[in-house]
Each structure stands twice: as structure tokens, then as C-alpha cells.
Design a protein around this ligand. Structure first.
Ligand code: ZN
Length: 221
């Protein structure tokens, strides 16, 4: 299904679908569960816009490339250009919305690439590797240090985190990212996943939510 950014009320957001800038190991408990060290500086990677699909209506996963792990994450939609160490105010002004998202990962492939010291694109950038629910407007949250993210699969809560546990909080994270590469309207930030990642299977029924803002469902095809 083709993807266009939209708000929860169905309003289409007329930004192009840009790149998806991601941070790895941004929750200490998640770094631990995969036996990864907690990074001393933010571990960034980028998914291309071509991998974004909507949660609504369900989504397909590859079935011939080993395990596909879900990572529920708070997504931030960028609505204005940001570059070279923007101020806190500039970052806040550039945020258009928040949504629950899935950073899908070919975990077996990633482990193989990691062990060889190779880049992760093959494991992180396949078509459908970024699943986005609709966005809520940025004024929804008074405190960006207190945004929940919850994923329920087949009726069982698998991930239940909060931005308060992020090693790099949302605004400093985006300041750092914009210092590494310019951000543009339509880009999306994935802010890392809390503990509880695991494999997805065809037929799984998912509920993704930023608690308090509504929940979104989709099934795995
Ligand atoms: Zn992730």
C-alpha cells in the first residue's frame, strides 16, 4: 500500500516522505537484552523513505530471510528544515507530530552483518521495514520526557516503554542528528526501542499506541 503522512483525523500531511533517521540502543534495558554495550555517543542509522508503509490495513513482512523482529518506537515527524546544531526552540518548532511506529529488523541478517563489522542496510532498509501509524499533533504532549510507547501482539503486551528512559532524550537527540545531516520536512525520527523486542509472524494482530492518544491496529500478512 502506498504511504502518505497523515494525522489521526485522516488529514493528509503534504510533505514528501523523506528519510527515516533512527537511533540504536537508546534504552539501556534494550541494549542489554541483545547483549550490546550502551553506546558512548548516539548510534545513528538511516532508513530510506521507500521502506515506509502504513500500519492501517496491515503490512507484509519478508518470509524468506530469517527472523523479522519488531521494535516499537516513538516516531517524530519533522515539519521544517533543521541543520547544524539547531537550538532547542528551533527543534520544538520543527516538530509536526508524534506517532507509534515499528522499526522492523531482519535480526539474523543484522547479527551476521554486525559480526563482520558491515553496514546494516540489508537488515534495516527492506521495503516495509518502517511501519507508521498516523501522527498526533505536537501540542499533544506537554512534556516530551513523558511519552509512552506500547505494543500489544495477539492480546499480550510485549513492549511498554516511556521516553523518560531514553539515554538521549528527544530534543538533544534531534539536535545531534541535525548536526550530522540536514533534516527536511517529511523526514521521520525513530527514537529507539524499549526492552521487549522479538520476532513477528504472519497472522499476528498488533496494537500500537502512544498511550492516551488512541490506539492503532494492524495485522501481519
Ligand atoms: Zn530501532
Amino acid at each position: 500500500m502506498s504511504y502518505q503522512h497523515q494525522y489521526v483525523d485522516g488529514t493528509r500531511i503534504h510533505f514528501p516522505v523523506g528519510k527515516v533517521v533512527c537511533i540504536g540502543r537508546n534504552y539501556a534495558e534494550h541494549a542489554k537484552e541483545l547483549d550490546n554495550p550502551v553506546p558512548t555517543e548516539p548510534l545513528l542509522f538511516i532508513k530510506p523513505g521507500s521502506c515506509v508503509v502504513p500500519l492501517n490495513g496491515g503490512f507484509a513482512i519478508p518470509t524468506d530471510r530469517g527472523s523479522v523482529h519488531y521494535e516499537a518506537e516513538i516516531a517524530v515527524l519533522i515539519g521544517k528544515p533543521l541543520s547544524t546544531r539547531p537550538s532547542r526552540e528551533e527543534v520544538l518548532d520543527a516538530i509536526s507530530g508524534f506517532a507509534p511506529a515499528l522499526d522492523l529488523t531482519l535480526r539474523d541478517k543484522q547479527a551476521e552483518l554486525k559480526s563482520k563489522g558491515l553496514p546494516w542496510e540489508i537488515a534495516k532498509c527492506f521495503d516495509g521495514a518502517c511501519v507508521l501509524a498516523p501522527f498526533v499533533v505536537n501540542s499533544t504532549f506537554a512534556d516530551l520526557g513523558d511519552i509512552g510507547i506500547r505494543l500489544t501482539i495477539n492480546g499480550e503486551v510485549r513492549q511498554d516503554g516511556n521516553s523518560s528512559a531514553m539515554l538521549n532524550p528527544i530534543v538533544p537527540m534531534i539536535q545531534h542528528m541535525a548536526g550530522c545531516f540536514s533534516l527536511q520536512a517529511g523526514d521521520v525520527i525513530l527514537t529507539g526501542t524499549p526492552v521487549g523486542v522479538g520476532p513477528l509472524n504472519v497472522g499476528d494482530e498488533l496494537v500500537l499506541e502512544l498511550p492516551g492518544t488512541g490506539s492503532f491496529t494492524g495485522s501481519v500478512r
